[in-house]
Design a protein around this ligand. Structure first.
Ligand code: MOS
Length: 743
């Protein structure tokens, strides 16, 4: 079952509209609707807030502001991960960023709430905000660590000497903009009181974090908070934690004793959820004429919110990517009065690889060397900064296989040398690497007397295919047909997991399912072998084969349902666990990553600089695959996101107010079908990483976006001879440098 291209088991539910998302649960009764009123300044203080007219508007039940909001627990910085901390709202008159909630209006209908929201009168004393990254880029501080607890700076060898002595150098500055996760389903929550308890239907990636966060904010016993999140319409990091929509819904539901729903509008998602920080990145590469790197440095400056520090691990990927004796990485932050920075798919890796892999292309160009060959020449034998072996590294195979399949030998050797009609044509390549992580996860597998299995965990399916792959792993683990395995996800009352995020969800939960199945096998075998009524009585369990709902030892066999019915008339269950990586020696003894190589072909209009992606290929090494169909979707999705990062995505801040000016899909461009050719493919090399986990699998959610933008950017350079280092590469940046063509 594992490794087969099984269709999504939840597909029919979704296609027929029966999958209930956070805003669509009706079982708790008729809800009230909340609407968030946001600040219209970016920095300052509320001097007067008048809610009388809003309170008297039709259908309105409550207007909550900082003047009447219940007391809430403080954010506890000693809790290691932000997403498990309290997230108090409406705590005072100070405004920290544009759009920050200043009121919640709760009414009978969404329209009434929104309408009454316009009647809330707010007067401000406007403060002097720091909004413009460029203006404050040099006013930096050094964070203690960066995201995921990674070191802020690293140094190996003597970079300055190594770089100074290098025969060939690249020293360039790259900039990347604010970017947003923007899942299809906006952040939403319905909170419903149930006696002293609170049921919270919320669109989130980590159920356990949502429960802790709601409980500590509302100062409740976590046992009394019940998170329910069976279906999530995408997350990409923006739902790792909960936000004001959830806390406001919970506060209002408790205050009114009624279910209350709060959703963000698309514009509010751009204001209240957090974004990938903007970055300025200096990359220095020093090499010999043979292309061997002597020195690599990656220095990054990013924005952060002053109250909620977030440092994307932008310079972290290069630490494990290429061999070089002299190395340097650093992260610096400048505090701006903007929404907090937050995890957006492949945090750090995506913008970091965009720059580093562009710089590698620049080095290849200076050397006059094939960029695939340059990368292969710098393949390390051990992790160059941690000095430990790689568990299972196949970057070179990805590059070679991709070059072969893509027809890399047809790449124009000289930039701007191939023209087809109005199109300048170019090829680009990039490497991809991403760390693989493991977190504590518990799963319960229960075998019912009728021989069906139920798998329970608070793990989420954010559209990635969790339901499907856990069905496959459970079916294989117990030797059951797929249709006799039922998956019950997204409830905080189930055993807890690290949820979906960091590309760890699939392997954490699958490994725990597998272990639970093995424990269940042992229970069943022990029962049967010790039972004189069983045909398996006294047989050697080492020879047991579980398949099609039966267990066989030699020529004897018995149905699982019979063993369960006889020994466990109420069903039998077992738990399986995945360890925190810090307690698993493999994760300190080996550098465990996923790898890939991206290849892109673009056409650039010689007159207008319009860029069209013509085809794209990614070849990946990610250990063993659970399901090639769901995997392909994720990998291609990541690659397409990289196309957006290279060519389209950019949120722009108004330097006067701190507001994002293009806060909708008309102004914030992401790739649509018309931007992506049919000829885009992801290929996965067969593999098994025995250091990662017992199933040999690694995360695939984020490696697809790592480097893919650079392949596109490098293809643009190959097509035009113009290097744009300020992403995204838009027409007005490319056009002035285009070669004058005749004919
Ligand atoms: Mo991912 S940015 O860890 O959801």
């Amino acid at each position: 079952m594992i490794g087969q291209a099984v269709n999504r088991v939840d597909g029919p539910l979704k296609a027929t509209g029966r999958a209930a998302y956070a805003y669509e649960h009706w079982e708790a009764g008729q809800p009230l609707y909340g609407f968030i009123v946001g600040a219209t300044i970016g920095k300052g203080r509320i001097t007067r807030i008048d809610t009388e007219e809003a309170r008297n508007a039709p259908g309105v039940h409550l207007v909550m502001t900082h003047l009447n909001a219940p007391a809430q627990g403080p954010r506890d910085e000693s809790i290691p991960f932000e997403y498990w901390r309290a997230q108090p709202v409406l705590t005072g008159p100070d405004i920290h960023f544009y759009g920050e909630p200043v009121a919640l209006v709760v009414a009978e209908t969404f329209e009434q709430a929104r309408d009454a929201g316009d009647l809330v009168e707010v007067e401000y004393r406007v403060g002097r905000g720091r909004f413009d990254f460029g203006e404050f880029e040099d006013d930096v501080y050094i964070p203690k660590t960066v995201n995921a607890g990674l070191p802020t700076d690293t140094a190996v060898g003597d970079f300055d000497a190594g770089f100074a002595g290098a025969e060939v150098k690249v020293d360039q500055q790259y900039t990347t903009p604010y970017e947003f996760s923007m899942p299809i389903e906006p952040n939403a929550c319905m909170a419903a009181p149930r006696g002293e308890d609170l049921v919270v239907y919320v669109s989130c990636q980590i159920t356990d974090a949502a429960r802790d966060s709601v409980a500590s904010t509302l100062m409740m016993d976590p046992e009394r908070v019940h998170i329910v999140t069976p279906f999530v319409g995408g997350g990409f990091g923006s739902k790792l934690g909960i936000h004001s929509e959830t806390i406001l819904a919970a506060l209002a539901a408790r205050a009114l004793g009624r279910p209350v729903k709060v959703t963000l509008t698309r514009q509010q998602v751009f204001q209240l959820v957090g974004m990938r920080p903007t970055s300025s990145q200096r990359v220095r590469l020093g090499a010999g004429r043979d292309g061997r790197l002597a020195a690599i440095a990656h220095d990054v400056t990013m924005h952060t919110n002053p109250d909620v520090e977030y440092a994307e691990q932008t310079a972290a990927t290069v630490r494990s990517l290429y061999a070089a004796p002299h190395r340097l990485t650093s992260h610096r932050l400048t505090a701006l009065d903007l929404p907090r920075g937050s995890d957006v798919r492949a945090p750090g890796e995506a913008p970091g690889m965009l720059s580093v892999e562009s710089a590698m292309d620049e080095l290849a160009d200076v050397l006059g060397m094939d960029p695939v060959e340059l990368r292969i020449r710098n393949e390390p034998t051990v992790d160059p900064e941690r000095n430990v072996p790689y568990s299972d590294r196949h970057l070179v195979e990805c590059l070679r296989e991709g070059a072969h399949r893509f027809g890399w030998e047809n790449r124009p050797a000289t930039p701007a040398s191939v023209r087809e009609g109005r199109w300048l044509v170019g090829y680009g390549v990039s490497a991809a690497i991403r760390g693989h992580f493991q977190g504590p996860t518990t799963v319960r597998v229960r075998l019912e007397p009728d021989g069906t299995a139920v798998i329970q965990t608070d793990m989420t399916d954010i559209g990635t295919g969790t339901y499907t792959i856990l069905t496959q792993v459970g079916a294989e683990g117990l030797g059951l047909p797929l249709e006799r395995v039922r998956i019950d996800l997204g409830r905080s009352d189930h055993p807890s997991s690290w949820g979906s995020g960091g590309s760890w969800g699939a392997t954490n939960s699958s490994t725990a399912v597998y272990r639970a199945c093995m424990a269940l096998r042992t229970k069943l075998l022990d029962a049967a072998r010790g039972d004189t009524r069983s045909p398996l009585h006294g047989r050697d369990p080492a020879d047991a084969v579980f398949s099609d709902g039966t267990v066989a030892i030699g020529d004897a066999s018995e149905a699982l349902s019979e063993i369960v019915a006889r020994h466990h008339p109420d069903g039998v269950e077992a738990e399986g666990q995945t360890r925190f990586m810090g307690d698993d020696p493999n994760y300190s003894d080996y550098s465990i990553n996923t790898y890939g190589a991206h290849f892109a072909e673009v056409g650039v209009d010689a007159d207008t600089a319009e860029i069209r992606l013509r085809r794209m290929l990614g070849v990946f090494s990610v250990g063993r695959l659970f399901n090639p169909k769901t995997a392909r979707s994720q990998l291609i999705g990541g690659m397409i996101w990289g196309v957006g990062a290279a060519l389209e995505e950019e949120a722009v801040v108004d330097p006067r107010s701190g507001a994002f000016v293009n806060r909708d899909f008309a102004g914030y461009l992401v790739p649509v079908h018309g931007d992506i050719p049919a000829d885009i493919e992801a290929v996965v090399l067969e593999g098994y990483d025995d250091k990662a986990n017992v199933l040999g699998a690694k995360g695939i959610g984020e490696v697809g976006i790592c480097g893919s933008g650079a392949a596109v950017a490098n293809a643009v350079f190959n097509a035009t001879g113009v290097r744009v280092r300020d992403f995204p590469i838009t027409l007005e940046k490319l056009l002035p440098g285009l070669p004058a063509m005749v004919g």
